[in-house]
Design a binder for this molecule. Sequence first.
Ligand SMILES: Cc1cc2nc3c(=O)[nH]c(=O)nc-3n(C[C@H](O)[C@H](O)[C@H](O)COP(=O)(O)O)c2cc1C
Length: 396
Amino acid sequence: MTRASRSVASPRVVCIADLRAIAQRRVPNAVFDYLDGGAEGEITLRENCRVYEDITFRPRHAVAFPACNLRIRVLGFDLALPFVLAPVGYSRLMHPVGEVGAARAAGNAGTAYILSTISGHKLEDVKAASKGPVFYQLYLMGGREAAEASIERARVAGFSALVVTIDTAVSGIRERDYRNGMRELVSGGPFEKIPYLSHILSRPGWLASFLLDGGTPPLHNVVIPGKGPMELIDVAAALAASTVTWSDLTWIRKLWQGPIVVKGILTGDDARRAVDEGAAAISVSNHGGRQLDCVPASLRALPEVVKAVNGQTEILMDGGIRRGTDIVKALCLGARAVLCGRAYAYGLAAAGEAGVNRAIEILRADLDRTLRLVGCPSVTELDRSYVNVPRNWDAD
Ligand SMILES: Cc1cc2nc3c(=O)[nH]c(=O)nc-3n(C[C@H](O)[C@H](O)[C@H](O)COP(=O)(O)O)c2cc1C
């Protein structure tokens, strides 16, 4: 057992915030802030987490049941937990096991993993690592030819669904990344790097593992015809040059026979459009507050979307999930399941795969305890009768 794995196994690690604190001590601030930070004034980032305070429970006491059911069907897959691991770009910067370790942890827990296009590991290796379903999150970076090749690779490798993210017309400006010299560190020359090196050198454990892993890897799953895998530094420009539009979705649907999830829905109008375009599921999401700042928290946008969709497609949600109570509230408001982003990525940055396992275990224990305390035997039975929702939330 490594020192990092021992640290997350400590009985003093009781919630996701504890994993976040360990991550902050293990990785350099440039990596921590890339993971932790959001766009511009970080208003949406903060609101994503705070908004759960607006919902309170209406527990049913004096009921007992031998076991709680946490199982849920998502896209036809029987998952052991009502949460899946969200796509988190460049997980390999947080720890060398990166996407492979996170996918394995998800599979061992009986849930699904969504691999980001911005992955430092090959999609085939990620799929092979997991016992559970793995979905591929698609950006059109590198153009349609590159996307078509990765869709075909994902099909051959056995990915179960495509997740098309629609909220990245350009990359949001994450101010912490600029202050920490993320660009200079990833691709600058030696002199450009100097002002930012002191903090990297203060994390020798992370630095040693990063260098032994070969430094910054290219994006193995975005292969530019005639050029090879895209470099990390080219991502922002490539995103801006390849906004996903509804007509792209029609094109993607012709290439991919399996289910498609549209991620990045915040309004009833976009939700209905996604249904019309044949989405098997949508994720109500603001990209974890990393894209357009000052949009509503995902949970706050959920009631409008649930009403607009009217049961025509599966509704997922992501943003601000840090506790089992957050997941239960989202399910009460109509999400079938949620995507967790930072909650597991803090674990990854803290201790690799052991940290992801710990994050999943914390959320699983939270869920079991919360269901018993609210007096509901199954996640499939959660509904609005278990929560108080502010009146103006339904005025939309
Ligand atoms: C470091 C980081 C990288 C991310 N990269 C991607 C990505 O490549 N593709 C994507 O669709 N979403 C990406 N997201 C957004 C997540 O999939 C998810 O929407 C968000 O993390 C949910 O908010 P939460 O972190 O508060 O749970 C990223 C999020 C983080 C924190």
